[in-house]
Design a protein around this ligand. Structure first.
Ligand code: NDP
Ligand SMILES: O=C(O)C1=N[C@H](C(=O)O)C[C@H](O)C1
Length: 244
């Protein structure tokens, strides 16, 4: 299968190019960076996009106009953006887009376990920790985890986590995503890490995932690349591709 990488010179783009080139069944036909002509990518059946939240929607519009499938790891997907893509996909029959906030197997499992556990604990908070060159906060993984946990909590009849704070320095309690507090650490030496902390009377549960190297994302990226031609429309997350 012929593959193009958008954001090829970036951290994830470089790792993706290496992974595609190392695969017997995939052929890297274009490396596209900001300002490059995308024309060489018209030879691809699948585009991998690891660019920037400000660039990704335009890139995907281009893919749809050219009938090219896409595997997208770039963050910044709001419900509105996903709805825009669903509408655009109706004009591009047969084309598939897979978007995942995190392609590492451990992170996919961490999100699933956190969602399962969320219904059983009165308190829940998320701490995400990343390298200091990351453009966005909170991370896409933390936002996705918080939304899934919040939905599970609501379904279980739980309200917001108990919190008697009345006086705080602004930001001390982090951001809130669907009523779940999310704390973002940016630290030289880190790659991508997340801890979900849950608490009930007399016990806590911590679910932690660490990506120490960007190779950790590649099995998930390649599984999505191989699957997307058979997945017309929008697929969010790779759980179904991994058979979870
Ligand atoms: N889903 C997942 O598993 C993962 C997702 N990510 C996400 O992937 C994204 C990229 O992360 P990372 O690789 O660390 O970032 P980098 O900044 O290292 O790389 C982004 C690259 O995209 C290029 N770029 C920007 N705009 C365009 C465009 N319009 N067309 C083509 N290339 C473009 C940049 O070029 P220039 O510098 O010249 O602007 C840069 O080379 C982020 O949103 C990040 O959160 C990261 C890791 C895992
Ligand atoms: O920018 C990163 O590095 C990462 N971005 C994704 C996110 O925002 O969740 C995935 C992973 O955490 C690494």
């Amino acid at each position: 299968m012929d593959v193009a990488v958008f954001g090829a010179g970036g951290r994830m783009g470089q790792a993706s190019c290496q992974a595609v080139e190392a695969s017997d069944d995939l052929n890297l036909v274009a490396r596209i960076d900001s300002g490059d002509d995308r024309e060489p990518a018209t030879a691809a059946q699948v585009v991998i996009d690891f660019t920037h939240p400000d660039a990704v929607m335009d890139n995907l519009q281009w893919c749809l106009e050219h009938g090219i499938n896409a595997v997208v790891g770039t963050t910044g997907f709001t419900d509105e953006r996903l709805e825009t893509l669903r509408e655009s996909l109706t004009q591009a029959p047969g084309v598939g887009i897979v978007i995942a906030a995190n392609f590492s197997i451990g992170a996919v499992l961490m999100m699933k376990f956190a969602e399962q556990a969320a219904a059983f604990y009165e308190s829940a908070e998320i701490i995400e920790l990343h390298h200091p060159n990351k453009a966005d906060a909170p991370s896409g993984t933390a936002t996705t985890t918080a939304r899934r946990m919040a939905a599970a909590r609501t379904a279980a009849g739980l309200g917001p986590s108990p919190d008697a704070t009345q006086h705080e320095v602004p930001g001390a309690r982090g951001a809130t995503v669907d009523d779940i507090h999310v704390h973002s650490v940016r630290l030289r030496g880190l790659v991508a890490h997340q801890e979900v902390q849950l608490g009930a009377e007399g016990e806590t549960l911590t679910i932690r995932h660490d990506s120490y190297d960007r190779v950790s994302f590649m099995p998930g990226v390649l599984a999505a690349v191989r699957a997307v031609p058979q997945l017309p429309g929008l697929t969010v997350g790779i759980e179904s591709i991994l058979g979870l």
